[in-house]
Design a protein around this ligand. Structure first.
Ligand code: NAD
Length: 294
């Protein structure tokens, strides 16, 4: 993967100043990782409370690194200085690349993308961290769709090495090269993929999860399947993974894939995750999913 991505390097524009829209789980992680690896970043949200939470998360991650002796207190302060929280677009004319990480709703994202496009220089790259929305469709609201692509991180951002860089119908090669170089500077492993439902990772992951829910329907205990897959060498089994991802998020992504690939993904009737969703058991975030959490 690394070798293939090298070919993008020569066309890349340097990202001296980045920005992220949305200071949630993903936005906070992206800001932390960017600052940690030396690219200053603006962290913009519409709610002050979200920014506070995003920064608290970065603080916590950094304190862990200091505790483990991987960072000095001085370096920690420097990284935190690299994240500039804001509620306005005031400093966006200096931005080279923006990652949009607001809520997963087409109309919200399209509005936010058009808004930010009017604030950044013409050459700036705008990338969306969407998991399920078509990049070409998101680009419909933009005047410069050639400067737009997907930049799909995985949760938790500091720990997960892979980033999918997604080429929309109109994305130009320099935009891809710039995003690939920035991902690499963040210490990530970028892969370039075309725009399709599920991109690459979820296209592989969700058929696996569908296989899991079919086994449940056949009467096999989810704990046993988790033990087997962990024994096989995966860091967590499918039930635990679904609890971590969030049952609501998983059902939404499964629906997008079922629409994109009905022949492989369509299910007759409810599966275990539909039942959990209806019961309000959303996984770790709600205190219970397949498992119960303290
Ligand atoms: P989240 O709900 O934790 O955070 C979303 C943030 O966006 C909130 O802080 C909210 O205040 C903010 N926001 C809403 N409208 C805004 C606007 N107009 N301008 C600025 N900020 C605004 O969500 P999240 O889990 O961090 O997900 C964000 C994106 O990342 C989604 O597109 C999601 O699909 C994608 N994603 C999530 C995961 C995951 O595991 N959570 C993984 C990969 C990708």
């Amino acid at each position: 993967l690394k070798r293939k991505a090298r070919k993008y390097d020569k066309d890349a524009r340097e990202v001296k100043q980045a920005a992220v829209l949305g200071a949630g789980i993903m936005g906070g992680g992206i800001a932390y990782q960017s600052a940690l690896k030396g690219t200053p970043i603006l962290l913009k949200d519409i709610r002050e409370e979200s920014i506070r939470q995003g920064l608290a998360e970065a603080d916590k991650q950094l304190a862990k690194r200091v505790e483990k002796g991987r960072l000095t207190v001085g370096q920690m302060a420097e990284v935190l200085n690299g994240i500039r929280p804001t509620l306005s677009y005031g400093d966006f004319p200096q931005v080279d690349l923006v990652v949009e990480a607001v809520v997963e709703r087409l109309e919200v994202k399209q509005a936010v993308l058009a808004e930010v496009e009017a604030q950044v220089p013409g050459e700036a790259v705008i990338a969306s961290n969407t998991s399920t929305i078509s990049i070409s469709r998101l680009a419909d609201s933009l005047k410069r769709p050639q400067r737009f692509c997907g930049m799909h991180f995985f949760n938790p951002v500091p720990l997960m090495p892979l980033v999918e860089v997604i080429r929309g119908r109109q994305t130009d090669e320099r935009t891809i090269a710039t995003t690939v170089a920035y991902a690499r500077k963040m210490g990530k492993t970028p892969i370039v993929v075309n725009d399709c439902p599920g991109f690459l990772v979820n296209r592989v992951l969700f058929p696996y999860l569908a296989g899991f829910t079919r086994l449940l329907a056949a009467g096999i205990d989810f704990r046993r399947i988790d033990r087997v897959m962990e024994g096989f060498g995966w860091p967590m089994g499918p039930a635990y993974l679904l609890d971590v991802v969030g049952i609501d998020t998983a059902v939404h992504a499964r629906n997008v894939l079922a629409e994109g690939y009905p022949e492989r993904m369509k299910e007759e009737g409810d599966t275990a995750i539909d039942v959990l969703l209806r019961a309000g058991r959303l996984g770790q975030k709600s205190g219970s999913g397949f498992y119960a959490y303290e």
